[in-house]
Design a protein around this ligand. Structure first.
Ligand code: CTP
Ligand code: MG
Length: 226
């Protein structure tokens, strides 16, 4: 079964506040989008569509020069959800292909997690999400009061998220038609009744969102190559 991927990299990175779009920000000298795409290829992705900021398309294409699998860049949409939908429509893959959707901002995704997600799509027939336990104590806040939430029942969600191509296309078409907003691709699948299987995520798959995350990612990278 072919494994293909959409890497969403079209965001501006307003919270990171760098001089360039987040996907072009260097981590250990290599742009985030390049690290993410290389990791997906290492984890088994055979063809990749990358959604890019329209005004920086040429720079992203440069950054992806020489990737060991076919890569195509397309301008993204106004939201992540729109970017995913555009990316899916640009993937010429068969309906039964396994498709992975990944945030370029999760640049240090271990290839083992990528291949584990793809394998779980194959064995479960469901949408697949990598997750981590929640380490903080959590309180739910109401109008007048707050209460503790049992964090043992909570998981934080990462990418790549996977499904069969027909499942993800159907999900994104339906949520677009219904004008619904979802936070991620597994939630899109759930919206059309596709169950979700969880697999183990990894600390390194953290999303680089704020400046402190880039500092942490540089440290994780240094530790990895040490
Ligand atoms: N993304 C995208 N198209 C959008 C918005 C986001 O492809 N219209 C991508 C981003 O490039 C990123 C991923 O979705 O790889 C996760 O989004 P996020 O971390 O929120 O990135 P940004 O939207 O760029 O950052 P911010 O919200 O701080 O502006
Ligand atoms: Mg965003």
């Amino acid at each position: 079964v072919p494994v293909v991927a959409v890497v969403v990299a079209a965001g501006s990175g307003s919270r990171l506040g760098a001089a360039v779009p987040k996907s072009l920000v260097p981590l250990g000298g290599v742009p985030l989008v390049r690290r993410a795409v290389d990791a997906l290829v290492a984890g088994g992705a055979q063809a990749i569509v990358v959604t890019v900021p329209a005004e920086r398309a040429a720079d992203v294409e440069d950054a992806l020069n020489g990737v060991a699998a076919p890569v195509r860049c397309v301008p993204g949409g106004a939201t992540r959800q729109e970017s995913v939908r555009i990316g899916l429509s640009e993937l010429g893959a068969a309906d039964d292909a396994i498709v992975l959707v990944h945030d370029a901002a999760r640049a240090l995704i271990p290839p083992d997690v990528v291949s584990a997600v793809a394998a779980a799509v194959l064995t479960s027939g469901e949408a697949v999400v990598p997750v981590l336990p929640v380490v903080d104590s959590i309180r739910e806040v109401g109008e007048q009061s707050s209460r503790v939430v049992d964090r043992g029942r909570l998981r934080s969600v990462q990418t790549p998220q996977g499904a069969r191509m027909w499942q993800l296309r159907a999900a994104h078409d339906r949520i677009a038609a219904d004008g619904v907003e979802v936070t991620d691709d597994a939630a899109a699948c759930e919206y059309v009744g596709i169950p979700v299987t969880l697999v183990a995520g990894h600390r390194d798959a953290m999303k680089i969102t704020e400046p402190v995350d880039l500092i942490l990612a540089e440290a994780l990278l240094a530790h990895r190559t040490a």
